[in-house]
Design a protein around this ligand. Structure first.
Ligand SMILES: [Zn+2]
Length: 408
C-alpha cells in the first residue's frame, strides 16, 4: 500500500506539476465564425527614394509607403497600400522626408482603395509629435487622396498617420516599471516573426486566489490612441493600487502589444499572418493569440484566480465603450453601469457613449465571457480625441474601476 502511494506520488511529480504547457484551447461557438487561417500579405519594399533634392525613406519600424514619385515640379505622390485585402479602412502611413535645399512641396497621399482617415502628425525626432495644421491639408471630393503641404529642409521630418509607438517604444514603457515592487515584467512568447509579446503582472504580495482583471492593447496596429488610454489606465493602477489596497485584493494581467509584427511593419490592421487578430479568439490560428490565451489561462489556473473583467483597448472614429448587453450572463452584472456612471460624473460629461459589444464574432470581449464568465469590454478611443483628454479619461476610468472593486 505504501509502495502504491509512493508510485502515485512519483507519477504525480512528473505529470501533475501544475497545468501542462499544452492547455487545450477551447473552440467557443460564435454566431458569425471567422476563418482566421494564415493568408498571404504583401511586404512593402524598404527603400530610400531620391528625386530632385527630396529624399524619403520607409526604412524604420512602423514605416509605410509603397512608392514615391514626382507629379510635377512642386508636387510628389506617396502611394500607400494595405498589407492585404479585404481590410478595414484604416490606411496607415509613416515616412521620413527631407530636402537638401529648403523648400515647400505638395505631397499627395495616394491610397490604393480607401479614403483618407488620419490627418498627418509630424515630428523632428520621432518622439514629440504635433498635428499638421489643417490649413495645409486638402481632401479631394471622395477623399481617396489627401494633398498636404510640407516645409522641408535638410533636417529629417517624420510624417505619420498617428504618433509612432513601435515595439521598441512599447518595450521601453514596459521596462520603465522594472523596479516597481508591484510590477513584474516578462516576455511570454514571440510573434510569428520573432518579436516579443510583453507581459506585466501587477499585484502586491501573493497572486494566489485573487480575482483578476486582464488588459489588452494593440491588436490593430494604427490604434495608437487606444494604446495611450491603456497606458494611463495601467499607470493609475500601478500608482494608486499599491497604496489603496486594490493590488492586495486583486491581480492585473497586462498584454500591451498583441500585434508587434503588424505594428513594426506599418500594417493597416492585420498580423503577418494576414489576419485580423481580434477575430481569432475561437480558432487560435495565429501564434500571437494562441500564446496570449494560453498564458492567461495557465496563469489564472495555477494561481486559482477568478477572472472577472477583461478590457481590450482600441481606436475608432469616436470614443465608445462596447459592453455586453443585458442578456449576457456574467459574474459582475452591475459593473458596467456603475463604472460608466462614475466616469461620466468624474469627467463632467452629459453622456457616455456605450454600445452593445459584438458577441456575434470571435473577439476578445466574447472570449472573456465564454472562457471565464467575465465582463468583456472594448474600450475605444477616437482617432482625433485630444491626447490630454485620453490620458485624463484613462486615469479616471482606472480609478473608478478600483473604487468599484474596493467597495464590492
Ligand atoms: Zn481595433
Amino acid at each position: 500500500m505504501r509502495y502504491f502511494k509512493l508510485l502515485v506520488l512519483v507519477f504525480c511529480i512528473s505529470a501533475c506539476s501544475g497545468p501542462k504547457k499544452g492547455w487545450v484551447h477551447t473552440n467557443h461557438e460564435y454566431l458569425k465564425p471567422v476563418d482566421t487561417k494564415t493568408k498571404p500579405i504583401e511586404y512593402q519594399i524598404v527603400k530610400t527614394y531620391n528625386i530632385d533634392s527630396v529624399g524619403v525613406t520607409n526604412n524604420f519600424p512602423s514605416a509605410r509607403i509603397n512608392d514615391f514619385t514626382k507629379l510635377n515640379d512642386s508636387t510628389f505622390r506617396a502611394t500607400i497600400n494595405p498589407e492585404n485585402t479585404p481590410i478595414n479602412p484604416s490606411p496607415w502611413y509613416a515616412f521620413k522626408i527631407w530636402s537638401k535645399t529648403k523648400r515647400t512641396i505638395n505631397l499627395e497621399l495616394h491610397y490604393a482603395e480607401h479614403k483618407h482617415r488620419y490627418n498627418p502628425k509630424i515630428s523632428m525626432d520621432g518622439e514629440n509629435w504635433t498635428s499638421l495644421d489643417t490649413s495645409l491639408i486638402e481632401l479631394d471630393n471622395n477623399d481617396t487622396h489627401a494633398m498636404i503641404s510640407l516645409n522641408l529642409s535638410s533636417d529629417t521630418l517624420w510624417v505619420a498617420a498617428q504618433e509612432i509607438q513601435d515595439t521598441k517604444r512599447v518595450g521601453a514603457w514596459v521596462n520603465s516599471f522594472g523596479r516597481n515592487e508591484a510590477v513584474s515584467i516578462d516576455v511570454i512568447g514571440k510573434s510569428a516573426l520573432g518579436r516579443p509579446l510583453y507581459f506585466m503582472n501587477i499585484s502586491k504580495g501573493n497572486d494566489k486566489k485573487k480575482p483578476t482583471i486582464v488588459i489588452l492593447s494593440r491588436q490593430h496596429p494604427p490604434e495608437v490612441t487606444g494604446y495611450f488610454a491603456m497606458q494611463s489606465f495601467v499607470e493609475r493602477i500601478i500608482n494608486d493600487g499599491a497604496t489603496n489596497g486594490f493590488l492586495e485584493k486583486y491581480r492585473v494581467l497586462v498584454y500591451p502589444l498583441l500585434n508587434p509584427d503588424g505594428v513594426d511593419l506599418g500594417h493597416y490592421r492585420h498580423s503577418t499572418g494576414g489576419v485580423d487578430l481580434n477575430r481569432d479568439w475561437s480558432e487560435y490560428n495565429q501564434p500571437e493569440i494562441e500564446q496570449v490565451t494560453r498564458h492567461i489561462v495557465n496563469e489564472v489556473t495555477i494561481n486559482k484566480n477568478n477572472v472577472v473583467l477583461g478590457l481590450d483597448f482600441h481606436s475608432t472614429y469616436h470614443d465608445v465603450y462596447y459592453t455586453p448587453d443585458e442578456s449576457v450572463k456574467r459574474k459582475i452584472p452591475d459593473f458596467t453601469q456603475k463604472w460608466l456612471e462614475s466616469i461620466r460624473l468624474e469627467l463632467n460629461l452629459d453622456d457616455i457613449n456605450e454600445q452593445p459589444g459584438a458577441v456575434m464574432r470571435p473577439t476578445s470581449s466574447g472570449w472573456f465571457n465564454k472562457q471565464f464568465g467575465a465582463t468583456g469590454i472594448t474600450y475605444e478611443i477616437g482617432d482625433d480625441t485630444p491626447r490630454d483628454f485620453i490620458k485624463q479619461k484613462g486615469d479616471v476610468s482606472a480609478k473608478a474601476m478600483m473604487d468599484y472593486f474596493l467597495n464590492d
